[in-house]
Design a protein around this ligand. Structure first.
Ligand SMILES: Nc1ncnc2c1ncn2[C@@H]1O[C@H](COP(=O)(O)OP(=O)(O)O)[C@@H](O)[C@H]1O
Ligand SMILES: N[C@@H](CCC(=O)OP(=O)(O)O)C(=O)O
Length: 375
């Protein structure tokens, strides 16, 4: 069994499968032992932030909307989340003697740098008061453009916000398997993952649970976000007390995703650029430009651009994709200095021609290397 890395601040994500195991509203069945573990960690001077799902499940139970086979419309889901969120908070509050503080976030709070920093400061001030932060997505206002969409990814963002050194995802499964154990009974658990690549993403499937959102797929995305910042991530079965006992003994009973080594970790800004900032266009580049970005850490110049997709303004983020012999491959994400129309006018041209074509040339590059993160 892998050893649990030393930690001081952990984000513990608790999925709907544990909060509402029978899709019938909040239950203490699995939360009591988890709360006990959190109390012990706090007593040892550690900080724990909870990211809890279950608002929709709690709202369903309160409204008698138990038929999980009929899909809810988005406004119905938002209304049930509004009803269920207060029940969810009451439920958690009963398990602790310290105040439980409700923190509701949307994607907008994460993608806008100023709001991100504001959320970070609030969380830090909250922790200083000794309260237990219980975070959920603000489902009531979250339309598609505003939502993270699942609490696994939200938990990873919160771990980055809080500068945590551990992300614990408590689910109803023993960890990452080489196939979904609910459909492949002889699947094998993978105790440790040192690098999350396409082959790891390919193992993960969706959820079989009516109240859950992402299944294993979003857990791997979350682990990638957290480990990119050097935050080790574990998936454990929160239904099994023995798993919490193993954690107490410094062991990881599920799957440990090791945090990237310091040299591979993304800076806070580059992490935000890669994982939170939405890309609203694409720049297609030739082999030479792709090589310069990937191997030489160069800025992107107009001469290497062969095509432009989308409508963006200076300051927006775009994906840079290599195009060669009919195939395209995303290689980087970056913040552009010129609008889409201007890039179209100067693509393929030497930087010295920018001023002649556009009558102005604020920079000789389209994306500066400091504003570029490799994918
Ligand atoms: N490769 C895999 N390994 C483990 N579980 C998987 C895998 N692929 C899909 N799953 C499913 O993911 C589920 C856990 O995710 P989910 O139901 O969303 O729970 P939670 O509410 O804890 O987020 C498991 O119960 C399992 O059915
Ligand atoms: N925000 C939603 C939960 C979304 C979610 O990701 O659920 P889960 O897959 O159980 O972690 C709610 O509180 O119902």
């Amino acid at each position: 069994m892998p050893m649990l890395p030393d930690w001081q601040t952990a984000v513990a994500k608790v999925g709907s499968a544990l909060v509402a195991p029978d899709a019938r509203g909040c239950s203490t069945r699995y939360l009591l032992p988890i709360a006990q573990w959190i109390r012990e960690q706090r007593a040892q001077g550690k900080t724990v932030i909870v990211v809890s799902s279950g608002a929709v499940a709690a709202g369903r139970a309160a409204q008698g909307r138990m038929d999980t086979t009929t899909p809810l419309t988005i406004p119905e889901k938002q209304a049930l989340a509004a009803i269920g969120q207060s029940l969810l908070m009451q439920h958690w509050s009963r398990l602790f003697d310290v105040p439980c503080a409700q923190v509701l976030l949307t994607y907008d709070d994460l993608r806008r740098r100023t709001r991100f920093v504001n959320a970070k400061n609030t969380l830090s001030a909250l922790i200083d008061t000794g309260a237990l932060p219980i975070v959920n997505e603000n489902d009531t206002v979250a339309t598609d453009e505003l939502r993270v969409g699942d609490n696994d990814n939200l938990a990873a963002f919160v771990a980055v916000l809080a500068e945590a050194d551990l992300l614990v995802m408590c689910s109803d499964v023993d960890g990452l398997y080489d196939a979904d154990p609910h459909t492949t009974p002889n699947a094998t658990r993978i105790p440790r993952v040192n690098a999350i690549d396409a082959s790891v993403h390919a193992l993960a499937g969706g959820s079989h649970h009516a109240a859950a959102t992402g299944g294993m797929r979003t857990k791997i995305e979350a682990a990638e976000k957290a480990t990119d910042r050097g935050i080790p991530t574990i998936i454990i079965n929160g239904k099994k007390r023995a798993y919490l006992d193993a954690l107490r003994n410094g062991q990881v009973p599920g799957t440990l995703f090791t945090g990237a080594a310091p040299a591979q970790q993304l800076s806070s800004r580059k992490h935000w650029m890669r994982h939170a900032l939405p890309a609203i266009g694409r720049l297609f580049v030739d082999e030479g430009a792709a090589h310069a970005l990937q191997e030489q850490g160069a800025s992107l110049l107009p001469s290497g651009i062969i095509d432009v997709e989308g409508s963006f303004a200076p300051g927006d983020a775009v994906i840079v994709a290599r195009r060669s012999e009919g195939t395209t491959q995303p290689i980087a994400k970056g913040i552009v200095q010129y609008s889409a129309a201007d890039v179209r006018a100067i693509q393929g041209k030497h930087s010295t021609n920018i001023a002649r074509v556009l009558s102005t040339a604020p920079t000789d590059h389209i994306i500066h290397r400091d504003d570029l993160v490799l994918l």
